[in-house]
Design a protein around this ligand. Sequence first.
Ligand SMILES: NC(=O)c1ccc[n+]([C@@H]2O[C@H](COP(=O)([O-])OP(=O)(O)OC[C@H]3O[C@@H](n4cnc5c(N)ncnc54)[C@H](OP(=O)(O)O)[C@@H]3O)[C@@H](O)[C@H]2O)c1
Length: 246
Amino acid sequence: MERVVIFGATSAIAAEVASRYAHRGARLVLVGRDPDKLAALAARLGDAVVATLEADLDDTARSEALVNQARERLGTIDVALVAHGLLGDQLATEQSWAEAEKVLRTNLLSPISLLIPLANLMQAQGHGHLGVMSSVAGERGRPRNYTYGAAKGALTLYLQGLRSRLWGSGVRVSTFKLGPVDTPMTATHRKNALFATAPAVARRIVEHLERRQGTAYVPGYWAPIMGVVRGLPEPLFQRLGFLSGR
Ligand SMILES: NC(=O)c1ccc[n+]([C@@H]2O[C@H](COP(=O)([O-])OP(=O)(O)OC[C@H]3O[C@@H](n4cnc5c(N)ncnc54)[C@H](OP(=O)(O)O)[C@@H]3O)[C@@H](O)[C@H]2O)c1
């Protein structure tokens, strides 16, 4: 029986991940900010949910205590998924440090504040799998979302170092580089054929957490696409409006 904690559990993708784990007989601690959404998700998942913890994860001073509470409720943590995120308003982050800081806090500082105690706890256990939601937006700065992209790119780099530190310790670290997914985060975005659905993305995340570690593009077709996007020289990139435009 797997014991799983999910931070940002009410995210559309994380809720699908939680549901998959519940169906497999896992025990879950769900951490989220919105008590109504948390209660609704817990009701849907039934006995699989050992506890819900209500927390604004921007309050990084609470992170270590939250991790300890999750461990107390589960006994041990086999899988921890850090899923919360905030796209924010790119134009606002260009005008206001307060707006930029919010995006950097939710997408970078908050995850790191959780990963420090989670990594140390799993290292002491000698096992565990840390999964974190990053983004293809972290691979190339674009006018459309570069504040969010900077946070996710730095998070990806942090995870690369953490994975290397924990290599051989029994603790696995996985980075999910998601492409666009049809969720509340992208509700106002015009959809195209490259958009994935939350259930499909959740299926791939759970399969990956079960069998592998390391970096996964989700869906997998983003690996070759990002290979090209990363490699484009800047003068060419600037001419491609669908990439360099707002
Ligand atoms: N959707 C995409 O296209 C896409 C692409 C690449 C990466 N991602 C990443 O995938 C992850 C899941 O996103 P999603 O698409 O499932 O979006 P979502 O449904 O909008 O979920 C975002 C979640 O983050 C939570 N959250 C934000 N700030 C928080 C805070 N301070 N404290 C606690 N919870 C907080 C939100 O809580 P509330 O419910 O209380 O608002 C919400 O549950 C995120 O890390 C996102 O950056 C998404």
